[in-house]
Design a protein around this ligand. Structure first.
Ligand SMILES: Cc1cc2nc3c(=O)[nH]c(=O)nc-3n(C[C@H](O)[C@H](O)[C@H](O)COP(=O)(O)OP(=O)(O)OC[C@H]3O[C@@H](n4cnc5c(N)ncnc54)[C@H](O)[C@@H]3O)c2cc1C
Length: 491
């Protein structure tokens, strides 16, 4: 273990939100401990932020990657305070709370009380035109179906079908939940994605009863809300007035003392034994694509699982990382003159079940949901394309994709107007799919890594949550973990 007096050298591999958070918390903790630290951030892109990518165009704020985050997840709120940007948080338009689901080509409002696709209010659920009576009755069987005695992981699709039936799963839960991962519910791990479902069944013997209890608990403990600026206290989702790049800019400023190796890839790393060399060599050396070698006392790998696997493979079995498949998606943003549409967008958008056969998987009415995103006389729509099992569409030409999306918005919303402009973003291999058993397998890999290479941490969206707050939490945990292995008593 390392004493005081030497400079701590850390290499963070990946300049996405996980890597930037980890770099930020490494430096913050070093400062609190009065230690001198050098953090080097490596990313093959010339731009920081990874998936986060905000575009400013003609008065619009357009997100090409993530667009917002869940307000109740505190790590991102804490980071906003740490960076002094909490006053730039904005919430969704309170007048656009409705969400629609496409069913047989028509938009149906989502019944009130649905929480992550699970009904928690019976009266509106009973009235919805989205489901057959058989489907509704099957969902109510949840109250009498005994909890499973199995303790292992299962897919979300299997779990939901078991609890509330195939119809609710396919028509309501699937389009809502699968959108977060662009995945197939029958393949995604329940324990790694929605553990609260499993806990609800275990504690309350019923998913619906458990989700109701969670809702009551959340309403009676507004712990996060009190820390939020008044203006955004009642919004479930938040972003920043200037877009998510606000956070990147603030992190870049806060990381002024860091060393940036952008346009450069980490291609390998080596472990040394400093004792063998009289303490003259660093415990690790990271080789970059331009041939430079960085000495490191600690390394945080935040690259996607397939890149992390390439780096770790010479040192250990990386099957757990190779098992994480990544789905490719695209989004098509279209801007319109409000006057040419004549539509009252009274909600935040709609989601599309697989059975509808459209190219788009969802459409956010961005200008209605986020008032800051567009000039008041304009409309901004963001259509999502591609999901697990339907990825070829991502490689359509710009013209083909635009045509397909325009056909879908004409059929679903009656929009025939010419867009003012269209922005297409393709994100190849961007959505990690946590397979059943993911938690145990990645935990094993990390335990082995810690034992074999103390000070090397692998983290990010591939592990324990894809949402921005989860990535920030994981970046922070990695910073603590790496430092702890370096100087022991780190808190
Ligand atoms: C289309 C889309 C929409 C989303 N919407 C939301 C949303 O609204 N809200 C939300 O909370 N989350 C959302 N997410 C999820 C969230 O954006 C991501 O999970 C998160 O940004 C991932 O951050 P990360 O730092 O872990 O990974 P990344 O952002 O992927 O960063 C990893 C970085 O590692 C770099 N890298 C790779 N190999 C190497 C190497 N060998 N050496 C050095 N660097 C390397 C890459 O270039 C990349 O910059 C969305 C994701 C996508 C794709």
């Amino acid at each position: 273990m390392r004493g005081n007096g030497k400079r701590d050298r850390f290499v963070v591999i990946g300049g996405g939100i996980s890597g930037l958070s980890s770099a930020f918390y490494l430096l913050k903790q070093a400062k609190q401990r009065g230690r001198d630290a050098l953090v080097t951030i490596v990313d093959p892109s010339e731009r920081i932020g990874g998936k986060i990518n905000t575009l400013k165009r003609d008065g619009f704020t357009i997100e090409r990657g993530p667009d917002s985050f869940l307000a109740r997840k505190t790590p991102i709120i804490d980071l906003a305070y740490d960076l002094g940007i909490e006053n730039q948080l904005v919430g969704t338009n309170p007048k656009a709370k409705k969400t629609y689901i496409l069913h047989h080509g028509k938009l149906h409002p989502m019944p009130p009380g649905l929480v992550l696709g699970v009904p928690t209010e019976i009266a509106p659920f009973a009235k919805t035109s989205l489901l057959s009576w058989g489907g509704k009755l099957r969902a109510m069987m949840d109250f009498v179906t005994p909890a499973s005695k199995e303790t292992g992981d299962e897919s979300i699709g299997h779990f939901l079908t078991r609890r509330v039936g195939a119809e609710v799963m396919e028509r309501v839960a699937e389009p809502l939940l699968a959108g977060i991962y662009a995945g197939e519910l029958n393949k995604l791990s329940l324990a790694s994605t929605f553990p609260q479902f499993r806990d609800a069944e275990r504690k309350h013997g019923s998913l619906i009863r458990g989700m109701r209890a969670n809702k009551r608990l959340a309403a009676s403990t507004p712990a996060v809300a009190t820390r939020l600026p008044d203006a955004v206290k009642n919004s479930m989702f938040l972003t920043f007035r200037g877009g998510l790049e606000t956070m990147l800019e603030a992190l870049h400023t806060a990381l002024a003392s860091a060393e940036w190796k952008l346009g450069n890839k980490a291609v390998a790393f080596r472990q040394n034994d400093p004792d063998e060399h009289g303490g003259d060599v660093a415990p690790y050396e990271v080789l970059l694509s331009d041939g430079e070698i960085l000495e490191a006392d600690g390394i945080v790998i935040t690259a996607p699982a397939f890149d992390a696997a390439d780096l770790l493979e010479p040192h250990m079995n990386v099957d757990a990382l190779r098992a994480i498949r990544y789905v490719s998606v695209a989004n098509v943003v279209m801007a319109f003159d409000k006057a040419t549409l004549g539509i009252d967008f009274d909600g935040s958008g709609f989601v599309v079940p697989r059975t509808e056969g459209t190219t788009i998987t969802a459409c956010t009415w961005t200008s209605a949901k986020w008032l800051h995103s567009s000039p008041s006389d304009k409309v901004l729509l963001r259509c999502y394309v591609g999901r697990s099992g339907d990825e070829a569409v991502v490689d359509l030409s710009d013209n083909q994709m635009t045509e397909a999306v325009r056909r879908d918005i004409r059929n679903t919303m009656g929009i025939t107007a010419e867009p003012l402009f269209t922005e297409i973003t393709r994100l190849h291999h961007s959505m990690p799919q946590y397979p059943v058993g993911h938690l145990q397998e990645t935990a094993k890999l990390r335990t082995k890594l810690r034992a074999q290479m103390p000070g090397v941490w692998v983290t990010g969206a591939a592990f324990d949550g894809v949402g921005l707050p989860d990535c920030i939490r994981q970046g922070k945990e990695a910073a603590m973990g790496v430092y702890k292995s370096l100087i022991g008593d780190f808190k």
